[in-house]
Design a protein around this ligand. Sequence first.
Ligand SMILES: *[C@@H]1O[C@H](CO)[C@@H](O)[C@H](O)[C@H]1NC(C)=O
Ligand SMILES: *[C@@H]1O[C@H](CO)[C@@H](O)[C@H](O)[C@H]1NC(C)=O
Ligand SMILES: *[C@@H]1O[C@H](CO)[C@@H](O)[C@H](O)[C@H]1NC(C)=O
Ligand SMILES: *[C@@H]1O[C@H](CO)[C@@H](O)[C@H](O)[C@H]1NC(C)=O
Ligand SMILES: [Ca+2]
Ligand SMILES: [Ca+2]
Ligand SMILES: [Ca+2]
Length: 640
Amino acid sequence: MLGLLKYGTTIVLILLNALVLITGIEEEGILTNHFLVQLHEGTNEKAQQLAKEHGFESARKLSFGEGLFHFYPRDSPKNRRKRSLKHRQRLEEDRRVKNVFQQEGFGRQKRGYRDLSDFDINMNDPLFTKQWYLINTGQADGTPGLDLNVAEAWKLGYTGKGVTIAIMDDGIDYLHPDLAANYNAEASYDFSSNDPYPYPRYTDDWFNSHGTRCAGEVSAAANDNICGVGVAYNSKVAGIRMLDQPFMTDIIEASSISHMPQVIDIYSASWGPTDDGKTVDGPRELTLQAMADGVNKGRGGKGSIYVWASGDGGSYDDCNCDGYASSMWTISINSAINDGRTALYDESCSSTLASTFSNGRKRNPEAGVATTDLYGNCTLRHSGTSAAAPEAAGVFALALEANPNLTWRDMQHLTVLTSKRNKLHDEVHQWRRNGVGLEFNHLFGYGVLDAGGMVKMAKEWKTVPERFHCVAGSVQETHQIQSGDKLVLAITTDACQGKENFVRYLEHVQAVITVNSSRRGDLNINMTSPMGTKSILLSRRPRDDDAKVGFDKWPFMTTHTWGEDPRGTWVLEVGFQGEVQQKGVLKEWTLMLHGTQSAPYIDQVVRDYQSKLAMSKKEELEEELDEAVERSLKSLLSKN
Ligand SMILES: *[C@@H]1O[C@H](CO)[C@@H](O)[C@H](O)[C@H]1NC(C)=O
Ligand SMILES: *[C@@H]1O[C@H](CO)[C@@H](O)[C@H](O)[C@H]1NC(C)=O
Ligand SMILES: *[C@@H]1O[C@H](CO)[C@@H](O)[C@H](O)[C@H]1NC(C)=O
Ligand SMILES: *[C@@H]1O[C@H](CO)[C@@H](O)[C@H](O)[C@H]1NC(C)=O
Ligand SMILES: [Ca+2]
Ligand SMILES: [Ca+2]
Ligand SMILES: [Ca+2]
């Protein structure tokens, strides 16, 4: 009897989750005229017949138990509740019926439908209600609930206090009344004109408004009656002016990226190589060194957090050809528009970690990103993946306030685990799950950042174990490729098992590739992990007609295999797309694995977040975790 009761309760829950049957019922304990009916022997027809005899509309067979049916009413569920008692008695008396469970009705909010007043966050800032990326109630024809979930983080008390974010851009209007109070002058600098005042240079068309707009998204003050509210509205913002000179240099980039790494926590960059769909470029020597130093020595050794816009080149470009966005040391952020679709300028690539929001697709003047603008103004029209990166920087500031101990890798792990698919919708690339059940998309990465989820997990977070690097294998012979005949290569690896640098749980994977071809833009490269996760390392770039340089030891990066066991066979596929016949030569493929030896989440609250993991893989994962615990215990014991 107890068993049956328990069973019944479970079913009730499943039923109510699966079917949106009840509307308009707020109180607990109301009985509906939906019934869970168990028959002694029940075909679908018999059940439907019986349901009609008893005055129901019909019955539906339920897949999760023997002889179980949902008897549903003819009438709107709101009305005629009085009749339900009679229904029940009559059903119970019917000899064909074994059990009857009348369904209780309880409140379930339709996910995504919200009202600003639900948040009891009362900001007097005039643009606050237009900032749909903070709290999306469906403004500007957007999809309600599709937002950064900052309200939850704010309610928990996290607003960015004590965290400094640098905007590396064309300057900041630090006199802006919505920014002045949060401006960190000591941490600011102007590398475009070598002075401590990163004020934007005036032009008639307000061309240099980019940095000011980005700064407002992160750190605009709250409740001051001016413009809107920053994601981390109590954080400090520093201006690093470095985009406003005729040419970029390695020195300016390196200086910017390494400016005051013990004071600045997060660096936000919304720039990179030209998004013309034919450039392949990345950080030069000094900048690479500066980034490496930043992640190793910044923030007292916990590592500077570099947030990067994945690019505005649209479907013509591939952000894996942008060495800043595809770097393991940057968190590369793509953008979704206010109804969850991709923006026209979004670039896709396997190195993108997560997404935030930019403008709406419709030419709705209120669908842009509302923020501060030059000369004390406000704007509703900020857009592009430029707008997306600072939102992420703001969310990371909230996480750092929740736990200042987070390392640059902890931040990436948190991003992977707490970002959500939500209502993001990519017409080209499907959402898939990787070998450990993490859901990802080629364009959106692991989904949209969830500030509430992130601060909660950050609070309990234990720093991930030491990181190791393993060269899993390398193909050095030359291989011909031509249209219609793709090249397939394999590397079988033990991931350095038995050596000090064994990588058992993946973080980033790099495929260092040297290849030339008669047309670089027609090349495409895929790589599949031993657990079966395919990463598109390079997609076609129709405007790239390079026939000389190709890729020279280019590190293509994927984040899709995060958490996977890298041991086994990796497969690389290189081919051409496009009408014209092309040929090329692949000269090198070196597979580099980065990750941990011990399971990163053993001590983590992640177990509570396993809904994010595929149910089918959950047990395997548990097993793996347990095995890892056992292994580390054994090795500890053997050392004694
Ligand atoms: C905002 O911009 C307009 C020009 O579009 C300018 O006339 C006005 O003075 C600016 N507002 C402030 C507060 O400076
Ligand atoms: C951060 O680290 C310090 C020293 O290791 C520790 O005392 C503190 O509890 C940690 N804080 C959090 C939030 O984990
Ligand atoms: C690619 O490299 C091979 C071998 O080095 C060379 O023979 C060939 O001409 C090159 N092809 C192109 C398109 O540069
Ligand atoms: C790579 O994957 C994409 C998407 O599934 C596919 O269209 C393309 O043909 C693949 N390319 C190769 C070389 O296998
Ligand atoms: Ca200046
Ligand atoms: Ca404000
Ligand atoms: Ca690009």
